[in-house]
Design a protein around this ligand. Sequence first.
Ligand code: ADP
Ligand code: MG
Length: 416
Amino acid sequence: MSLRTLESLGSLSGKRVIVRCDLNVPLQDGVITDDGRVRASLATLNALINQGARVIVVSHLGRPDGKPDAKHSLAPVAQRLSELLGKPVAFARDTVGVSAAEAVDALENGDVAVLENLRFNAGETSKDDAVRGAFAAELAALGDAMVSDGFGVVHRKQASVYDLAQLLPSAAGLLIAAELKVLDRLTETPERPYTVVLGGSKVSDKLGVIGHLLPRVDNLLIGGGMLFTFLAAQGHKVGSSLLEPDQIPQVLEYLKTAAELGVTIGIPTDVVVASKFGADADYMVTPAHAIEDTPYGASGIGLDIGPVTAAAFAEAIRGSNTVFWNGPMGVFELVPFAAGTRAVAEALTEVDGLSVVGGGDSAAAVRQLGFTDEQFGHISTGGGASLEFLEGKKLPGWEVRGWSSRVPRSSRVTGK
Ligand code: ADP
Ligand code: MG
């Protein structure tokens, strides 16, 4: 992967530079619960400020439906960014409208403005090239150059990531460069044993990558919402847990491939089952094959891996020299269902080789559980993006001529 770096854009003093960040932070009642992604954006923003650029920050937040929606406003993020930069940050109430134009016009050299949530505009994520292109053109009119630094969205073919980079001189930011340096180590020469731990709730996205990961890893440990599709594939009933029935044939295929390749797939043998989803639910530990045999019957819902599984996963992780983890093992946001995630996080901190945590919620989880960033080799801001990189997929945001070109594997110089 060769990247066009910031320097390739020449002097940016006085230039209006649109920076596509990923400031999609977790919010609870309008309060940021983990500002890791805001902090991760600072290196590039400070570099631009120091050059005297007029910095225009754009990002999405959550999944609003292509129209304004107050609870997904970036206003609290602009506020936090101002605190972290130690300087005023202007905020525009729209992304490409009157307020945005005014905010951009008012910028002096070294100033920063944040525009409102990109996804308040249907064009941002439209599948229609023309609709997306039209929105990208409106964005492009606000700037003289574009810096792509939103690692969490770099794999998405969206207006501000993909189309915009083709309309303006563009380069990759410092965050993307740093993320790729670590991920290259995972794809080129991982020290073995190499263990990948998968969890979280985006089940179908993540099940899709397993086929590509199997030939590359020694152990694949399955937790989070997707574990129930594995249990179902083994013939177990899973009550009201997350389940993707149409993925069962695929999962059976994976199990067969793994056996052929000699890859161990860790499927939980015990789980924590709750009477309902919520902090006030009743819950108990049960063998993974007996989820519906609890007092909650078929309405029981699996919300964490059990203690036996957590101990086994921790042992496999500690015995590895390279570990990549994406996706919480359970609903860590609720205290009774956080133990599995905590055990896995703890084990990662004890890995002698390279340990990488990827994903917005996974990163938030380790910080909320009291771990510090320094206890891990690397905490990536992107979960889906890291996974797609690891599986070797071509990523739309990375394929744009403007700021990256993929170097054929054979001609790459490897080494650490
Ligand atoms: P990441 O952002 O790290 O890539 P995801 O977005 O895929 O991770 O998933 C994170 C969410 O998964 C968390 O909010 C967590 O509560 C949820 N989750 C984990 N296990 C379960 C489960 N068994 N059932 C429902 N949700 C789960
Ligand atoms: Mg997430």
